[in-house]
Design a protein around this ligand. Sequence first.
Ligand code: ADP
Ligand code: MG
Length: 292
Amino acid sequence: ATPTAIMVGTEKGAENGVLIKDAESLEKTHKADVVVLDKTGTITEGKPAVTDIFPARGYEANDLLTAAASAEKGSEHPLAEAITARAAEENLSFQEPDSFRSITGKGVEAMTGKDKIHIGNEALMNDEQIDTQSAAAKAEELADNGKTPMYVSKNGRLLGIIAVADTMKSDAVSSIKQLKAMGIEVVMLTGDNEKTAQAIALQAGVDNVIANVLPDEKANHIALLQREGKKVAMVGDGINDAPALMQADVGIAIGTGTDIAMETANMTLMKGELAGVVTAFTLSKATMRMIW
Ligand code: ADP
Ligand code: MG
């Protein structure tokens, strides 16, 4: 594209909330075969709320929520915020944990007094050899409804499940539909479990799902798609999306997300709306043809 075309394209982008950092990305975007979308904070609002509290036999919902909230008080993960907010709403008193360890992509471990608490996904419970049998069917049912179930245990015993759900962005379905109409393959990439991810993908209209991805594996999945000969645009908001944004042919950050994602990306969608991805493709095409 000519310098004038690039300049106009960049200006049009800015007017429409698409901040384009480099000319090259504007020229490359329209060539992408695949758009990879992070789930939490990209397809969804990224503000999960607790939907279900399912105590194991012999426990009360409040025991479960208090233990979980205490452990999560040390965490800044959106799932943690959902749990502490719910506990506060229920007027439960929960303490700051004495020690706390976040287990990336799996959950947290915390000590409160003499109690060791774990909260997280099935992989974490497997690592800790905690028996989840009594709640497995419930977890599956919750996940099939697009909710994220988290197991909570105290001193090696399962206390129950807390599920959270996140709202889909209002323009997610229409934006994904438009991308597909342009012949682009749309993939969802998430650290969440397979069933929850599939349920949300179905609602969103995404073609393919890559779930259970640990944060440091996201970039590898982009590289795998590239090795198949595909040009990849990645859209994400989180700290854990930054390496994938870097790896992608075009990295697009959600402007309501983390600074590191925006610093790494070639473009930022200022309004945080997914419609911005469609705008980026349209602008890129127009820039190459000098038609607006
Ligand atoms: P996402 O792609 O949703 O940002 P993460 O890689 O942060 O996923 O986390 C993957 C999974 O690990 C979550 O779906 C959840 O089951 C579990 N997990 C991570 N952090 C926490 C936490 N603070 N509390 C409970 N579970 C967690
Ligand atoms: Mg995210």
